[in-house]
Design a protein around this ligand. Structure first.
Ligand SMILES: [Zn+2]
Ligand SMILES: [Zn+2]
Length: 260
């Protein structure tokens, strides 16, 4: 198994998208926590309005500010310029243009699915998830999961990105198997298929520890999926998905011990 670096946090948000800390505050928090590398990965701009994406007009300032903070703290911390890409097949050209600007690290995630012209959230609050399930997919949880994982597989196959983000975030509100059972064959087949695509396209998989603070109280992905990824020798990186300086690197130690 390739060693997992628990002193690097590959997934952070700043005030450029929906985080509460400036890039400098995130860097200072990382140094305080003893991290050696962080990637600033704010939500990429989208061609429609959301409550979390960066405004496209701020993209260059974002890159410049990361450069400035990197130089300022280079003796203590390695800072990577990244983005969390929101993969939506219909806007692939828009995404490709942003990806082509040149980045140290790009995470690809699926947060929502386009149903007709509406962007239906998968990892928003539970009301939004229910709306996606009931109105976007007529209550068919299998159809929703299938579309989610197929979209993630497409995102993994385009070769613009380095890491698959919060792989099974679709389970965010699934505590107590409220919506589906992860041990059912149809769900496990979707996961195995997705891991095969990740392996084939040689991209890394993130262990996103923010899930431990979400209603489901489990990492993304679940431990059985991490085991399955390790068996395939898929490289793994740690991401706290921090939206505040307080949570950088959180649960990395415990999660690492668990995997060992
Ligand atoms: Zn995300
Ligand atoms: Zn994120």
């Amino acid at each position: 198994m390739t060693p997992i670096d628990i002193f690097s946090d590959a997934h952070l948000h700043s005030t450029y998208s929906d985080g509460t800390g400036t890039i400098e505050q995130m860097a200072r928090a990382a140094i305080k926590k003893g991290l050696t590398t962080i990637a600033i990965t704010d939500h990429m701009p989208l061609p429609f309005k959301t409550r979390y994406a960066m405004d496209k007009s701020r993209l260059q300032d974002y890159r410049n500010e990361i450069d400035k903070v990197r130089q300022q703290y280079c003796h203590k911390l390695n800072i990577l310029t990244g983005l969390e890409i929101e993969y939506i097949p219909k806007i692939a050209d828009w995404i490709e243009d942003i990806a082509a600007m040149g980045w140290d690290l790009l995470i690809t995630s699926v947060h929502g699915l386009l149903v007709g012209d509406s962007h239906c959230m998968v990892n928003g609050n539970e009301k939004e998830f229910q709306n996606t399930l009931n109105h976007g997919f007529k209550g068919d949880i299998q159809a929703l999961c299938r579309r989610y994982y197929q979209t993630l597989q497409t995102a993994t196959s385009v070769h613009w990105f380095d890491i698959t983000g919060h792989l099974d975030v679709i389970k965010k509100h699934n505590g107590g198997n409220r919506y589906f059972d992860e041990t059912t064959p149809w769900y496990q087949a979707l996961i195995e298929e997705t891991l095969d695509v990740i392996k084939t396209h040689k991209i890394k998989m993130e262990i996103n520890t923010a899930g431990l603070n979400h209603p489901v109280k489990v990492t993304y992905p679940s431990p059985w999926i991490i085991t399955s990824a390790i068996k395939r020798d898929i490289p793994i990186v740690m991401g706290s998905d921090s939206h505040t300086p307080k949570t950088l690197g959180q649960y990395f130690d415990q999660t690492h011990d668990l995997i060992q």
